[in-house]
Design a protein around this ligand. Structure first.
Ligand SMILES: Cc1ncc(COP(=O)(O)O)c(C=O)c1O
Length: 366
């Protein structure tokens, strides 16, 4: 079976370095808020190009903390609206509603699966305070038009960068395009930890300071609490592992780009809709390689029979989830079509040419 993602193989590439770090942390007797975290945050800043990065417990917390900090700073308040793509992974939306803010769903562009920037302005009201863009599947969504819109209406641009580490728009990395960004280092992400982990990046010093306190019980100074914060920290083990893997992320993303190029160039079955390769290939890091077909269930079953594991990102749109019952009758036709038709093919830095050959050959025979 060609696995969707062979995580063991991904991490074994760096076995010696990672094991040495694990042992170092174990023997140090210091497991939280220590040198490994400081070191990773510094290297992460250098990589992303942002002034501040704050390691946190996971990607959902990273987004929750950004919005919560804007509330604490008086920039947003309860019932304010945040525009978010209607086909995103649910976590982007949870981060908004968890803060008492109102998610306003906007449809994606069917050609690239990212929020359709031309549809955002119609969604802006006097309550809108931000746009949570999601660089979905590894592809950046950004434009001058978006920046102008944010400026015109004084909106914060928050990047959900859970899926897109290392991508660049006009020479700037995703995570350094808007006002603040949330990252996930969930094990299956392009930069994955050995458990849950996440980070926030921003160039806004006050925001960074507020998030750092909020993530540590609302405290900047032991036993002195400024906010009703939470406990959301990136532990020393995860920080150390991430620091090792960060050095190789560009190489790994290049392997992903090469596989994507082969799929796009060599899958020729007319029943399959392939994803767009952006003109500037640096805008995509291919976290997920999405194809579409009207006959998804049959294709998935056929690929399984032929030893190819696939996944669906995602089967149910957020507005059809029980968690958001109040939206169940709303209609987002583009999202619905995407959720009905998408299928994710294996793509990873450890796939062999033979595996890629086989996937292309089998799909072309479907
Ligand atoms: C788009 C998006 N946002 C947010 C998250 C949340 O990240 P985490 O799983 O680390 O909480 C994910 C992760 O799966 C995601 O894909």
């Amino acid at each position: 079976m060609i696995k969707f993602l062979d995580l063991q193989k991904v991490n074994l590439q760096y076995q010696e370095e990672i094991e040495a770090k694990l042992l170092e942390v174990f023997r140090s007797g210091w497991y939280l808020m220590g040198g490994q975290l400081t070191n990773f945050e510094q290297n992460f800043n250098n990589y992303i190009g942002a002034k501040h990065s704050i390691g946190v417990a996971n990607g959902l917390d990273a987004l929750r903390l950004i919005l919560r900090a804007y509330i604490e700073l008086g920039i947003m308040s309860k019932d304010d609206e945040i525009i978010v793509p209607s086909n995103t992974y649910i976590a982007s939306i949870l981060a908004i509603s968890d803060n008492g803010l109102v998610p306003v769903l906007a449809e994606p562009d069917i050609d690239n699966y990212n929020i359709d920037i031309s549809k955002i302005e119609k969604k802006i009201t006097s309550k809108t305070k931000g746009i949570l863009i999601v660089h979905l599947y590894g592809r950046i969504v950004f434009s001058e038009e978006l920046e102008q819109l944010a400026q015109k209406y004084s909106l914060k641009i928050i990047e959900d960068n859970a899926q897109t580490i290392g991508a660049e728009w006009k020479g700037k990395k995703s995570g350094n395009l808007g006002d603040a960004a949330g990252f996930s280092f969930y094990p299956g992400k392009n930069l994955g930890a050995l458990g849950d982990a996440g980070a926030v990046t921003t160039n806004d010093e006050e925001l960074a300071k507020t998030i750092r306190a909020l993530a540590n019980y609302g405290s900047n100074q032991k036993y002195v609490n400024i906010y009703q914060g939470l406990n959301s920290r990136l532990d020393e083990i995860q920080a150390a592992v991430l620091d090792v893997k960060l050095k190789y992320i560009d190489e790994e993303n290049t392997v992903r780009r090469n596989i994507a190029k082969r799929y796009i160039g060599e899958i020729s079955n007319p029943k399959i809709i392939l994803p767009e390769n952006p003109e500037n290939e640096r805008e995509h890091v291919w976290h997920v390689f999405i194809i579409r077909t009207e006959n998804r269930e049959a294709l998935q079953a056929y690929l399984t029979e032929n030893g190819i594991q696939t996944l669906i990102h995602y089967p149910i749109p957020p507005h059809r989830q029980q968690a958001y019952k109040e939206w169940n009758d709303m209609s987002f036709p583009i999202s619905e079509k995407i959720h009905q038709e998408v299928l994710s093919l294996p793509i990873s830095p450890v796939m062999s040419d033979e595996e890629v050959n086989k996937i292309i050959e089998i799909i072309n025979k479907f």
